[in-house]
Ligand binder design. Structure first.
Ligand code: SF4
Length: 198
């Protein structure tokens, strides 16, 4: 699959305003961040990392369109969800819709975490996808950097899947949120790879 010449913006234009194009969704996952979490795997990634756990997430073609408000209701209707994780695919290509979703679930007391193949520096640069600043403003945790097979960490206790990735604690999780009163690391189990289904 060669996606390098794909212009993601042309495909992203096919997503109606207020919707997300996702690969999958689960409730109450305990292997994709601290606590019990709703996980959203977005559709579309340009990187083609060797040994990516979700190559089916690479195409930007429409896979599953879901209204942001519908997804918010679904997340909040499950009392076991104490947070939400964005994985993929590349979440930051759909930053405006995810920022909208994050704003709503945070207002209800959930915390929000995202994986990204970009570095935080790239996300803060002029070359970043549209709407990145709004999404960064909503995040409690960001794990940045693409998965690099040669730097893989094969330990269930590691917070990241490869040594180049970094964990950024953007907000104080203990200060707010359903079920997040205990120390972060006590909750944190490394996801099985980058964004694999639980
Ligand atoms: S590992 Fe992540 S960044 Fe790399 S191709 Fe897969 S989804 Fe994209």
């Amino acid at each position: 699959m060669n996606l390098q010449r794909t212009n993601p913006y042309l495909k992203l234009l096919e997503i109606p305003v207020g919707y997300l194009n996702i690969m999958g969704y689960v409730d109450k996952s305990e292997v994709n961040g601290p606590g019990s979490r709703a996980v959203i795997w977005v559709q579309g990634c340009l990187r083609e990392c060797p040994s990516c756990f979700n190559p089916e997430s690479w195409p930007f073609e429409i896979n599953q369109l879901i209204k942001v408000d519908t997804l918010v209701q679904k997340i909040l209707s499950n009392p076991h969800n104490t947070g939400v994780t964005f994985s993929g695919g590349e979440p930051f290509w759909q930053a405006p819709a995810l920022a909208n979703l994050a704003r709503q679930v945070k207002a209800a007391g959930l915390n929000v975490m995202s994986f990204t193949g970009f570095s935080l520096e790239q996300l803060r640069s002029d070359q970043a996808p549209a709407g990145v600043g709004d999404l960064l403003d909503q995040l409690d945790i960001l794990i940045d950097g693409a998965y690099v097979q040669s730097l893989a960490i094969h330990s269930p206790d590691s917070l990241v899947a490869s040594r180049n990735q970094r964990v950024h604690l953007i907000k104080n999780l203990a200060a707010s949120g359903r079920g997040m009163k205990q120390p972060l690391l006590g909750f944190f189990r490394r996801p099985k790879g980058r964004g694999i289904y639980p």
